[in-house]
Design a protein around this ligand. Structure first.
Ligand code: HEC
Ligand code: HEC
Ligand code: HEC
Ligand code: HEC
Ligand code: HEC
Length: 498
C-alpha cells in the first residue's frame, strides 16, 4: 500500500490544499455540532420544567403529565390492544378467553372461579375496568385485597389508614414511619371490605405516584404486599445474586427490615416496581394478601411455604377444592418476577424495564417508553441494544423457546387431565376422598407446577430451562399420581371399589 501511493498524493500542493480543506470542514462540523449540542441541552432542560407542583397527594396522572408530557403520552398508549403469537390479548376490543383457547383448562380449574372467566392480559390502562367486569368478581364474592394490584392506591391506602386511626397526615414523606403506618393500616382495612365497596374508593389504574417519588421522580415501591414480601425474601436463605442489595442486607445487622426504597439500586428498582404486581400471591377472604416468598422464589420453595401454612381456621393452605376429584389444590398467578429471577437475563443484570420500557431517544433526551407491552413489538429498542442480530433472528429465537414451552405445557396439562379423569372414575366407583387422599397430593403438586408456567406470561422466555424443569416435574407428578392410584385400587377389597 505505502509503496504505491496514488498519483494525486505525490503532488505536495494538492496535498496542502487537501489539509486546508479538511481543516475547514472540521471547523464547520464542530460549529454545527456545538449548536446542536446547545439545542439538545436546552431540550434536556425542558424535561425538568415544573409546570405543576406534585406532592404525595397528586394521584391523577394527567397532572404529572403536565411536567412530563413524553412519559404521560406513552403511558396512555397502554390502552392499545395487540396480539403476538403468545402475548397480548388480541387486537379485538374484547380480550381473548384463555378458557376457550384451551379446553383442558375448564377441567383443570373445575370448581374454581377461574373456570368461569379467565382471559389473556392486556395493557395497564384496562386493569381496573377488567377487574370490575370479570365474572370472577360479578358472580363470586371477592375481597377488597384484589384492588392491591389493579388500581393506584398509594394515597387511597394512606387515607383509609388515617380514617382507621393511623398517626400523622398525608403531608408526611412516604418513607416516614407515620406514612408507612397509614399505608399498612389502610391496606389491612381495604382488604377486608367486599370488592364492590373497595373498588368505589379507587379512580385510576396504576399511576405515576405508585412508582415515582413526586419531588425527585426517583423510582420507588409503594405496594404493601411487595414491601412485606421482599423483606420475607431477604430473611430467607434463598440465594438472590441478581438482587445484590438483598445479599448485602443479609450480611449486615438486620436490625431494620429490608427496605427496597432505602437499600435497592436503581437497576434493581427497575424490576422491583413491576414485582409489586407481577408475582404469585394469596388473595382471599381467609387472611391478608401476602406474597409467599418466605423460603425463596422458586416453585418448590413457594409450594413448601404454602404446605407449611395453616389458615386462622386451622386448615392447611389451599386455594380451592377440585369439583371432580375433591383434592384441595393450588392456583398460581403470573409469577413473572419469580421466573425472571431464575433466568439468564436477571443473572446478567437485565431488568424488566430494559425490555418492556426501553429508551426512546427524542433529541438529546432519553425517555423510558411508558407504553409497557410486549418487547417483540419493538425489538430494535428492546433487544438490539444488547444483541447484534437481525430482528427476524431475535424473534425466531423467542418463538422457538415459546413453541417448545407450549408443547411441553400441553403435555403436562394432558397428564393432569388424565389423573383427574382416573380420580373421578374411582370416586364414581365408590372410593372415598379419605382413601384417595395420598393421590390428591400428586394432583396438587402437578397442578401447581403446570399452572406456575401457564399463568406466567412469557411462555417460557423469562427462564427457558427453569420452565422446562418445572413442566418436566409436572408431567412426572401427574403420571406418578396415576400409578399410585392403580396401586391403591389394587389394595382395596372389591366391595369398596364398586
Ligand atoms: C430480556 C428481556 C425481558 C426481560 C428482562 C423481561 N421480559 Fe417480560 N417478556 C419478554 C418477552 C420476549 C416476552 C414475550 C412477549 C410475547 O410473547 O409477545 C415477555 C412477556 C412478558 C409479559 C406478557 C406480555 C404480553 O404481551 O402478553 C409480561 C406481563 C412480562 N413479560 C412481564 C415481565 C416482568 C414483570 C419482568 C421482570 C420481572 C420481565 N417481564 C422481564 C422479555 C423480557
Ligand atoms: C399495580 C400493579 C402493576 C404494576 C406495578 C405493573 N403491572 Fe403490568 N399489569 C398489571 C395488570 C393488572 C395487567 C393486566 C391488565 C388487564 O389485563 O386488564 C398488567 C399487564 C401487563 C402487560 C401486558 C400488556 C398487554 O398489553 O398485554 C405487560 C407487558 C406488563 N404488565 C408489564 C409490566 C412491567 C414491565 C411492569 C414494571 C415496569 C409492570 N407491568 C408493572 C399490573 C401491574
Ligand atoms: C399481586 C397482584 C395482584 C392481585 C392481588 C390481583 N391481581 Fe389480577 N392481575 C394481576 C396481574 C399482574 C395481571 C396481568 C397478568 C395476567 O393476567 O396474568 C392480572 C390480571 C387480572 C385480570 C385480567 C386477566 C384475567 O385473568 O382474566 C383479571 C380479570 C384480574 N386480574 C382479576 C383479579 C381479581 C378478581 C383479583 C382478586 C381475587 C385479583 N385480580 C388480584 C395482579 C394481581
Ligand atoms: C409501573 C411503574 C411506573 C409507572 C406507573 C410510571 N413510571 Fe415513570 N418510570 C418507570 C421506570 C422503571 C423508569 C425508568 C427509571 C430509571 O431508569 O431510573 C421510569 C422513568 C421515568 C422518568 C425519568 C425519565 C425517563 O423517561 O426515563 C420520568 C420523568 C417518568 N418516569 C415519569 C412518569 C410519569 C409522568 C408517569 C405517570 C404518567 C410514570 N412515570 C408512571 C416506571 C413507572
Ligand atoms: C441489557 C442487555 C440485554 C437486553 C436488553 C436483552 N438481552 Fe438477551 N441476553 C443478554 C445477556 C447478557 C445474555 C446472557 C448471554 C450472554 O452473556 O451473552 C442474554 C441471553 C439471551 C438469550 C439466550 C437465553 C438463554 O436462556 O440462554 C436470548 C434468546 C436472548 N438473550 C434474547 C433476548 C431478547 C429477545 C431480548 C429483547 C426482548 C433481549 N434478549 C434483551 C443481554 C440482554
Amino acid at each position: 500500500m505505502t509503496e504505491n501511493k496514488p498519483a494525486f498524493f505525490s503532488n505536495s500542493i494538492a496535498r496542502m490544499g487537501m489539509v486546508a480543506l479538511v481543516a475547514g470542514f472540521a471547523t464547520v462540523l464542530v460549529l454545527i455540532l456545538n449548536a446542536n449540542i446547545t439545542k439538545r441541552k436546552d431540550e434536556a432542560r425542558q424535561t425538568s420544567l415544573r409546570l405543576v407542583e406534585l406532592d404525595e397527594k397528586t394521584v391523577d396522572p394527567a397532572q404529572w403529565g403536565k411536567n412530563f408530557p413524553r412519559e404521560y403520552d406513552s403511558y396512555q398508549r397502554t390502552v392499545e390492544n395487540y396480539g403476538t403469537k403468545y402475548g397480548g390479548a388480541g387486537s379485538e376490543g374484547v380480550p381473548l378467553s384463555k378458557l376457550k383457547g384451551d379446553p383442558r383448562l375448564p377441567i383443570i380449574f373445575d370448581g374454581y372461579a377461574f373456570a368461569i372467566d379467565y382471559n389473556q392480559r392486556r395493557g395497564h390502562a384496562h386493569m381496573l375496568f377488567d377487574q370490575r367486569v370479570t365474572k370472577r368478581v360479578t358472580e363470586k364474592p371477592q375481597p377488597g385485597s384484589c384492588l392491591h394490584c389493579h388500581a393506584s392506591n398509594t394515597v387511597l391506602y394512606r387515607q383509609e389508614g388515617l380514617k382507621n386511626g393511623a398517626p400523622g397526615s398525608l403531608d408526611e414523606a412516604f418513607g416516614s414511619p407515620n406514612a408507612q403506618a397509614q399505608l399498612m393500616a389502610g391496606f389491612e382495612s381495604v382488604g377486608k371490605l367486599p370488592y364492590k365497596d373497595a373498588t368505589k374508593l379507587a379512580q385510576h389504574p396504576v399511576a405515576c405516584i405508585d412508582c415515582h417519588e413526586p419531588n425527585t421522580m426517583q423510582l420507588r415501591v409503594t405496594k404493601p404486599g411487595f414491601i412485606r414480601g421482599i423483606d420475607a425474601l431477604a430473611r430467607s436463605g434463598d440465594p438472590v445474586p441478581h438482587l445484590p442489595s438483598i445479599e448485602k442486607w443479609r450480611k449486615g445487622e438486620r436490625k431494620e427490615a429490608y427496605d427496597a426504597n432505602r437499600d435497592a439500586s436503581r437497576q434493581e428498582l427497575r424490576s422491583m416496581v413491576c414485582g409489586q404486581c407481577h408475582v404469585e400471591y394469596y388473595c382471599g377472604p381467609k387472611t391478608t394478601l401476602f406474597f409467599p416468598w418466605n423460603n425463596g422464589l422458586k416453585v418448590e420453595q413457594i409450594e413448601a411455604y404454602y404446605d407449611s401454612y395453616t389458615f386462622p381456621d386451622g386448615h392447611k393452605f389451599f386455594d380451592w377444592k377440585h369439583a371432580r376429584t375433591g383434592a384441595e389444590v393450588l392456583k398460581a398467578q403470573h409469577p413473572e418476577f419469580e421466573l425472571w429471577s431464575q433466568g439468564i437475563h436477571a443473572r446478567s443484570g437485565v431488568a424488566c424495564a430494559d425490555c418492556h420500557m426501553p429508551y426512546v431517544r427524542e433529541g438529546a433526551i432519553k425517555v423510558s417508553d411508558h407504553h409497557v407491552r410486549s418487547p417483540l413489538l419493538d425489538i430494535s429498542r428492546a433487544c438490539q441494544t444488547c444483541h447484534r442480530f437481525p430482528e427476524a433472528e431475535l424473534k425466531a429465537r423467542v418463538e422457538a423457546i415459546q413453541d417448545r414451552t407450549h408443547d411441553l405445557l400441553l403435555r403436562a396439562e394432558d397428564a393432569i387431565v388424565d389423573l383427574i379423569n382416573d380420580l373421578e372414575k374411582a370416586k364414581k366407583d365408590g372410593v372415598t376422598e379419605a382413601i384417595l387422599a395420598p393421590v390428591f397430593e400428586f394432583q396438587r403438586k402437578a397442578q401447581w407446577r403446570v399452572d406456575f408456567i401457564n399463568a406466567e406470561n412469557s411462555m417460557g422466555f423469562h427462564a427457558p430451562q427453569e420452565t422446562a424443569r418445572v413442566l418436566g416435574e409436572a408431567i412426572d407428578f401427574g403420571r406418578q399420581g396415576q400409578l399410585a392410584l392403580i396401586r391403591l385400587l389394587a389394595t382395596l377389597p372389591k366391595v369398596a371399589k364398586k
